[in-house]
Design a protein around this ligand. Structure first.
Ligand code: DC
Length: 220
């Protein structure tokens, strides 16, 4: 029996991270935050002094970097032994991730790292191409989206809560630019995978979105 996978794809700020983490907890499954892998690689490449368009250089960093995720009460990411959770949360990290993510060689370099998360009893995978490219055979697929106004507002509140300085108008414009790049790139663009449950969370609470996702897995 293949290990069951629930994929949750969608644009940034749609609530994917929160819904995916809660779903993983409720199901007792593992959790893959693929965006954090791209963000961590972007950060590692910047730390190495690389131009983010240096494909071979960025792929070299991908092969070397040591990433550890802790999905306990607080989700933390360690890059080469150091906690980089806060550094990865900002829009600069998101933009850098989106830039390197448009490179097919970089996506290939990160492919196996993402596949390795598929372990019993199951996996909730959060990203842009989880259901379309990385786990096309996933038993359950969700496309979670929301209006760009709502997504910007949520991101703004998240950053404020973390004590990170933020500007709502700027966030919305950055989110829209990042969406455009993620949707229009030639390789593994952000798309609703075939057969996915399409969920617009603009007017839904986290609990309501989570229930719809869990109902899909339970077959309700
Ligand atoms: O989900 P996120 O905001 O942390 O993702 C950051 C960027 O990484 C996103 O703008 C595009 C890229 N990404 C990707 O291309 N494929 C994924 N599966 C996840 C993220």
């Amino acid at each position: 029996m293949p290990v069951p996978v629930l994929t949750i794809d969608g644009p940034s700020g749609a609530g994917k991270g929160t819904v995916s983490r809660l779903a993983a907890k409720r199901l007792g499954w593992h959790y893959l935050d693929s965006g954090a892998i791209y963000r961590a690689l972007g950060l590692a490449a910047v730390q190495a002094g690389l131009d983010l368009h240096d494909s071979a250089g960025v792929c070299g960093v991908a092969a070397e970097m040591q990433l550890h995720f802790d999905c306990g009460d607080v989700f933390t990411v360690r890059l080469n032994g150091l906690d980089v959770t806060t550094q990865l949360a900002g829009e600069t990290a998101g933009k850098n991730a989106s830039l390197i993510a448009a490179d097919p060689a970089v996506r290939q370099a990160l492919f196996q790292k993402q596949m390795d998360f598929r372990r019993p009893p199951g996996l909730v995978a959060d990203g842009r191409d989880m259901g379309s490219v990385v786990f096309p055979d996933a038993a359950y697929k969700v496309f979670l989206t929301a209006s760009s106004e709502q997504r910007a507002l949520r991101r703004y509140k998240q950053l404020k809560e973390k004590g990170i300085d933020a500007n709502l108008i700027q966030i919305r414009s950055e989110i829209e630019q990042r969406d455009q790049r993620d949707r229009e790139r030639a390789v593994a663009p952000l798309v609703a995978p075939e057969g996915a449950l399409y969920l617009d969370s603009s007017d839904l609470s986290i609990e309501q979105a989570l229930e719809s996702v869990l109902n899909l897995v339970r077959g309700d």
